[in-house]
Design a protein around this ligand. Sequence first.
Ligand code: ASP
Length: 422
Amino acid sequence: MLIFKFGGASVKDADSIKNVLSILKKYPEKKIIVIVSAIGKTTNNLEKIYQSILNKDKVEFELAINLFYNEHLKIINDLELDTNSSPFQYLEQIKTFFENKFSSEISDNHFFEYDQIVSLGEIMSSIILETYVSKELSNSCFLDARKVLRTDNNFRQADVVWNKTMDLVNNFIQSIFNSKTIVITQGFIGHTAEGFTTTLGREGSDFSAAIFAYCVNAESVTIWKDVPGMLNADPKYFDNTQKLDSISYKEAIELSYYGASVIHPKTVKPLQNKNIPLFIKSFFKPELEGSVIHTSEENDDFCPSFIFKKEQILFSISTKDFSFINENELSEIFQILASKKIKVNLMQNSALSFSFAVDQNLINTSEIIELFEKKHLIKYNENLELLTIRHYNTEVIQTNTKNKSVILEQKTRSTVRFLLKN
Ligand code: ASP
């Protein structure tokens, strides 16, 4: 069994969806589970719909809902799916659902509401894809991931309940594969024991692919992307990027942890645990090799890899009475950070201070200051850049830190990290 994951860019319009079909046709003798993300940037737009419902902002709401409706309608029309087809009917139902949400009181559990709204992008894309594929091929079937991927009730960042998910996935998949060979389902979404929809965190579809792979003991997972494979740097920021043909699970997990956006950080563990290879291939050029992530560490240090994160803010916390930042202090600080779901990108401590860097746009600076200022002194430094280099050498460090001031530096044998100011 193969698992194919198609992200938003690979289903962004009718031509891209036709391209997905042509890729599926290349594997006639395989059983394939297709995991699809929401179309293009739909999830960002759904977040706007959610926010405008919370704020009761009619103007924003209308803009976002029209964009959602028109983008999907265009694809449905371009694929020549008629107005009696399920995609069209679902689109109408979803629009009515949003309008009702806007005009009624929503619950205080905002993360719950977020999941009920934002999950609908994947539902729409998978219905469109499956309807189109089944028009062309008779062997495909739709599966609602909200029936099989069981999670806890941690809305917006749900954790998988593995045993239950294994049972459900295998029951559904086995019965579908008795008569079909392609299952089309969604990434990113699951359900609680009570049947409420959950999401696994932004960009979570890669993780869904790994969950399905783990449950069915898949032969491999392929993530189809608009790049030729896993690159040693983001071409948005670096010239002369190189493709990493083969890297280990360990290297991949380190790169994604430091912020390489090519795969979601949680994807690797389930695959490593069952020794399932992960291929990253170009959906423009499916015949090319791409990259493979597997057990062998042989090529991990083939070349330096760069991970660059802009808009970082560095907070430095110290005690008001000149006492040490000891283990108890640290554990209090971490409890506060964890309770607010703040993701720390880099940290360092000294006798009197603890510093941590986070993505500026994911936090509310005044809220963080408020959290700490009762007991601590807190300072911050904004608009920094975080550069991580794996398998570094002196030359690449010099070239990449030239003309920038180093605010903080951390070095191990394989990795060097800099917080830089331009
Ligand atoms: N559609 C979701 C997002 O944009 C999940 C994904 O694509 O991986 O975050």
